[in-house]
Design a protein around this ligand. Structure first.
Ligand SMILES: NC(=O)c1ccc[n+]([C@@H]2O[C@H](COP(=O)([O-])OP(=O)(O)OC[C@H]3O[C@@H](n4cnc5c(N)ncnc54)[C@H](OP(=O)(O)O)[C@@H]3O)[C@@H](O)[C@H]2O)c1
Length: 250
């Protein structure tokens, strides 16, 4: 198959492109560096030309609701429009694990934007052509969510069933190969607090650098559903790669 990956150079996109090429697919790697801007729509339709599957894994990491909603709503609309021009093509949206039923007003800005992204695709893409692929949070998310304050590393305290981004990409590549549609959730082998993952990662990095002491990690409780089980998927497909296994690959 020919598969267009929007966000091909990202944490997830990079793994997905390798996985798909290893499986013998032709991949069109779309991102701003290749002349494709999903926010303005520039080059989005051209990148979809001839493809059987379009994958949306673009990202703008921000907790600001207005910026996140603006990015994800514009990007999803431009990719959905490109899909509409290709009536036999499938659309795969990479979403993130959260429970929308808790009420959107209680969600962090970024999650509100992801809820809107899902709604846009469900409205604009026929159900039998859409795969909503919801991944639990990745171990890699620690770096994007850490605030450094001198020797301290401050991260949100939230319960997650995290997995490695490479594992999520492998499971998406399998689903694409199998021609799956509908909603799939994927997660890691154990439920743990995000701040514990950050601690383990800080310890591992300090050990590898030969430092006597790792920075102190402080988990700050986040109000709303992210503090409870609001990020734990109901019935996910599970990766077997544990945090220990992943730390061993660094
Ligand atoms: N982090 C997690 O734990 C997690 C878990 C589950 C799902 N997700 C979802 O996974 C998706 C990808 O996240 P990620 O961390 O892999 O992203 P990332 O590393 O920040 O990469 C973002 C990708 O999007 C591209 N991009 C950004 N703005 C663009 C634009 N205007 N036009 C075209 N391409 C653009 C970037 O390339 P250029 O900069 O070259 O354009 C890059 O390839 C997100 O939707 C996120 O919600 C994340």
């Amino acid at each position: 198959m020919q598969i267009t990956v929007y966000g091909a150079t990202g944490t997830f996109g990079g793994h997905l492109v390798s996985q798909l090429r290893d499986r013998g697919h032709t991949v069109i790697a779309a991102h701003r560096g290749s002349g494709v801007d999903t926010v303005t729509g520039e080059g989005v339709a051209e990148a979809a030309d001839g493809s059987d599957v379009l994958v949306d894994c673009v990202n703008r990491m921000t907790m600001n609701a207005r910026r996140a909603v603006d990015f994800f709503s514009r990007s999803s609309r431009s990719i959905a429009l490109a899909a509409a021009d290709r009536p036999n093509a499938s659309l795969v949206c990479l979403s993130i694990a959260f429970r929308p039923e808790v009420g959107e007003s209680k969600l962090l800005g970024y999650y509100r934007a992801k809820a809107m992204q899902e709604r846009i695709y469900r409205r604009l893409v026929p159900a039998d052509q859409l795969l909503m692929f919801r991944s639990a949070q990745w171990f890699e998310l620690v770096d994007s969510m850490t605030i450094t304050a001198g020797p301290l590393r401050i991260v949100p305290k939230m319960r997650v069933r995290a997995l490695a981004a490479a594992e999520a990409a492998r499971m998406m590549a399998e689903a694409i190969d199998a021609g799956e549609h509908g909603t799939i959730e994927v997660a890691g082998p154990e439920i743990t607090d995000f701040s514990k993952i950050a601690e383990r990662l800080a310890d591992e990095r300090a050990r590898a650098a030969g430092e006597a002491k790792a920075p102190m990690v402080i988990g700050v409780p986040v109000p709303g559903p992210t503090a409870g089980d609001g990020l734990i998927p109901d019935s996910p497909r599970l990766s077997e790669l544990s945090l220990d296994d992943w730390l061993g690959t660094l």
